[in-house]
Write a protein that binds this ligand. Structure first.
Ligand code: GAL
Length: 856
């Protein structure tokens, strides 16, 4: 018996061992060998042309990830790039979080499942407009620590966390060397931009980072971005709006672009930046034209800075970034579509691009041709017009090509144009917010909210852990960023005979703070407030009373600094001086070095009011409004449908909001964008800068705040607001964001045929190329919709843009009927843009077809 049992056990062990061996074999078979050479990353022996896009996993929800990743894949990406957010994963030392939005393993596996690679930028410094650049604030309190330099305590922590992430990825077999999707990792981030500030210690830290990373043995290459002296074998990569002029620091390294800014980030008090897709596509095409083989959009989906994750100072809650996928996960058109076409065109050239370096020649002033010609006879060419003013016709290989200013044409067969960066073949799809009000009563279907209740947050000191200290304290060192809020409180006895006070005990309270918001309360009443990035200087006329007075100053942070040398030491709060001045006599007393009482955070934060739990909510009317420091609560039913949801906070002041206990971030609709530098239509031609194309001047920087659908139940949802400055929460409304039903597109006779008409076999294309003409293609974004009407169609010289088209001097009278016939009733349609179809309304003139259609 014993023997049989033993044999069975042994047999089972054998089975298990065999199974493990099998799994390892399969993994080994799937494992990819990633290396690189002068031309490109080499995956399993093959050089690759790669297109990547950034999606930061905590800026959306796990429920959104599959759709975002699929839309990235459909947009032609090969790689998803993300930072790893240390402060999200280790909020307290040795307390790790890899759950929910921080489930990095799940995110990486989802990318793999979609067939995409991953570029993991471990950092662990990220920057990224993320609180404290991604560093946990506890790190600042490690004895003897100095960030990002040759400092033992810092290096020990950095190595520990980097190794932790690498180990986790290895455990889950996520490196390509193990059969996983990660083909590249990044150490540090743009250290070369600022390392000179750290002197010799900076250089040795950089070298240490490189060898520390290499020692972790991931089996795939490492990169450092913006680090011209990155030691071998680490690849130094480029970040910027353009990287075509970049060359890596060794002839054995490929030319790679880790951050191509698809737009720019928004700050509270700032107008909204956007980057025209013609320029973005131009930058990408120029990069591949001049030998680049790897390019990443930063961001491809920007998302949302939930909770208190936004960096600073004063980064907004939205991190939309004007990315090809918008904050809510909807396609931004035509940006997404035009880039998808660009990616297809570049991929059509892949065989030629990987085979050789380009031969670059001038075709005239500001005109450049790159030819990738292989020994096997395949050929791809890029023709660029770098001029910003004039469209030109160039001759190349005996054929002539129309090149708009600031554009690149891609010729996958060195003859036919598959794509031009300035000629958009994808329709503009508007997106709209459908409003649903949050009324406290009424029973209609639009009704979302029920009664509001409230709790008043005490003004000044209310918590048992308050403490006394002489002098004014820097805020971050005091709160350790456990909260945005720090109370500075002072009691003063005023005798009747104070000489520095004016008649009626009037005085001016002078406050200096280093950011980002300060509220001053005198005897429990809000007397004044201000905000600023680095410096706030307030002079507030106040009335004191004879006897006891309290001065309560509330210092508020709005995201900790994330960029620059020594950004970790940039402080915040009311660091002074704080003085009382007499306007009349000019005499003043300095309160700065008095005994102040301090309170970190608010009482309501300690009691977890954000969840809505508490027996203290008051539902008596009237609801106090336009008063500072009130917690509000209401319940609401889910807005109907399945479209993404936003809350419009217009009517409130500033604060933090929670939905079912999940913080949706800071809201601040009263922060108004500076009224300067906006343009209605921004000329894409010419070098882009972060402040080149701005909109929304003079309006609130952000009124709409994303509430992920998965955080909302069908009914009985709890919305809690902590309102700081005073507002009326009953003015809040809900909005759902949908792709609009209007499609607009203009295609000219000089447009290339749609890139989809190319097959990957360029020889076949060459044969049919004579028959391919420009085509205007429309498709309703929603699969259940069809084109219901054509609101405008003109073949000739139409004017205007989407929403304001008008007929030019020349227009075919059959335009409307032809387009109607081709399109109405179908989800999609194609109309050839030629005189063959429309007749010729004006000979010798280049004509365009402009169409505006509605889907329903
Ligand atoms: C770069 C940085 C990114 C991000 C970007 C601006 O310098 O590497 O993390 O901050 O700027 O959005």
């Amino acid at each position: 018996m014993m023997e049989i049992a033993e044999k069975m056990v042994r047999g089972r062990k054998m089975e298990t061992i065999l199974l493990i061996l099998l799994v390892q074999l399969v993994a080994a078979a799937m494992a990819a060998n990633v290396t690189y050479d002068h031309r490109a990353l080499v995956i399993d022996g093959k050089r690759r042309i790669l297109i990547s896009g950034s999606i930061h996993y905590p800026r959306s929800t796990p429920e959104m990830w599959p759709d975002l990743i699929q839309k990235s894949k459909d947009g032609g990406l090969d790689i998803i790039e993300t930072y790893v957010f240390w402060n999200g994963h280790e909020p307290d030392k040795n307390q790790y979080n890899f759950e929910g939005r921080y489930d990095l393993v799940k995110f990486v596996k989802l990318a793999a499942k979609a067939g995409l690679y991953v570029h993991l930028r471990i950092g662990p410094y990220a920057c990224a407009e993320w609180n404290y650049g991604g560093f946990p604030v506890w790190l600042h309190f490690v004895p003897g620590i100095k960030f990002r330099t040759d400092n033992e305590p810092f290096k020990a922590e950095m190595q520990r966390f980097t190794a932790k992430i690498v180990d986790l990825m290895k455990q889950e077999k996520l490196y390509a060397s193990q059969g996983g999707p990660i083909i590249l990792s990044q150490i540090e981030n743009e250290y070369g931009n600022i390392d000179s500030a750290y002197g010799a210690a900076g250089k040795s830290y950089m070298k240490w980072s490189a060898s520390m990373a290499l020692s972790l043995d991931t089996g795939v290459p490492w990169n450092m971005c913006q680090q011209g002296d990155a030691p071998d074998p680490i690849i130094n990569t480029c970040n910027g709006f353009y990287c075509d002029q970049f060359t890596p620091n060794s002839n054995n390294k490929p030319k790679m672009w880790t951050e191509n800014w698809s737009g720019w980030f928004l700050g509270f008090g700032e107008p909204s930046p956007y980057r025209p897709v013609e320029d973005l596509a131009f930058a990408v095409a120029r990069f591949y034209q001049r030998g680049g083989t790897f390019q990443n959009y930063y961001m491809y989906h920007g998302g949302t800075n939930f909770e208190r994750t936004s960096g600073g100072p004063l980064i907004s809650t939205s991190y939309d970034y004007d990315a090809p996928i918008d904050e809510y996960g909807l396609l931004r058109q035509p940006k997404w579509g035009h880039l998808r076409d660009l990616h297809k065109a570049i991929k059509l050239c892949e065989d030629s691009l990987i085979a050789t370096d380009p031969t670059i020649t001038s075709l005239g002033s500001g005109l450049e041709a790159s030819v990738y010609k292989t020994s096997s006879g395949s050929c791809a060419a890029f023709l660029a017009n770098i001029g910003t003013k004039s469209d030109v016709t160039v001759t190349f290989n005996g054929n002539s090509y129309h090149l708009p200013a600031w554009s690149v044409s891609i010729l996958p067969d060195c003859k036919n144009v598959a794509f031009n960066t300035a000629k958009i073949n994808s329709a503009t799809e508007s997106t709209t917010f459908a409003r649903q009000s949050l009324k406290p009563d009424g029973g209609s279907s639009a009704e979302l909210g029920s009664q509001w209740s409230y709790i008043k947050e005490p003004i000044g000191i209310s918590k048992a852990d308050a403490f006394l200290k002489a002098g004014l304290l820097e805020q971050i060192n005091t709160t350790a960023d456990k909260s945005d809020y720090l109370w500075y409180s002072l009691r003063m006895d005023i005798k009747g005979d104070e000489t520095f006070l004016d008649e009626g005990s009037k005085a001016v309270l002078h406050i200096q703070s280093i950011g980002q918001v300060v509220y001053a309360f005198i005897n429990g009443k809000l007397a004044g407030s201000g905000n600023g990035k680095q410096k706030i200087s307030l002079d507030i006329p106040i009335n004191l009373v004879t006897g006891k007075n309290t001065i309560d100053l509330l210092g508020v942070t709005v995201g900790l600094a994330n960029y620059g040398a020594f950004f970790d030491l940039v402080g915040a709060g009311v660091t002074g001086p704080v003085t009382l001045k007499s306007a009349k006599s000019g005499s003043s007393i300095d309160l700065s070095s008095q005994q102040w009482t301090y309170q970190v955070g608010l009482k309501g934060e300690d009691s977890g009011l954000g969840t809505g739990d508490s027996s203290e909510w008051v539902s008596k009317s009237p609801l106090p409004t336009k008063q500072p420091l009130i917690w509000y609560k209401t319940t609401f039913d889910a807005p109907s449908g399945s479209d993404p949801v936003a809350i419009d906070f217009t009517g409130t002041g500033k604060g933090i909001a929670w939905v079912n206990g999940q913080s949706i971030g800071r809201y601040w609709p009263t922060s108004i964008a500076r009224n300067d530098g906006c343009t209605d239509s921004c000329d894409y031609r010419g070098t882009y800068r972060a402040n080149k194309c701005l909109k929304n001047c003079g309006k609130p920087s952000q009124t709409l705040y994303h509430v992920p659908r998965s955080w909302i139940k069908p009914s009985g949802n709890i919305l809690v607001l902590l309102e700081e400055m005073g507002g009326d929460p009953t003015k809040i409304s809900f909005a759902t964001k949908q792709t609009g039903s209007n499609l607009c597109l203009t295609v000219s006779q000089t447009h290339p045929a749609p890139v989809d008409t190319w097959t990957s076999d360029s020889k076949i294309h060459s044969k049919i190329s004579n028959r391919t003409r420009p085509v205007l293609s429309l498709q309703c974004p929603v699969s259940t919709q069809v084109i219901s009407s054509i609101n405008f169609a003109s073949f000739g010289t139409p004017k205007g843009t989407c929403g304001s088209f008008s007929h030019g001097r020349c227009s075919s009278s059959r335009s409307l009927s032809i387009v109607q016939k081709a399109c109405v009733g179908s989800r999609s349609c194609n109309v050839e843009v030629s005189t063959r179809v429309f007749g010729d309304p004006c000979r010798g003139v280049v004509k365009s077809l402009a169409v505006e259609a509605s889907c329903s």
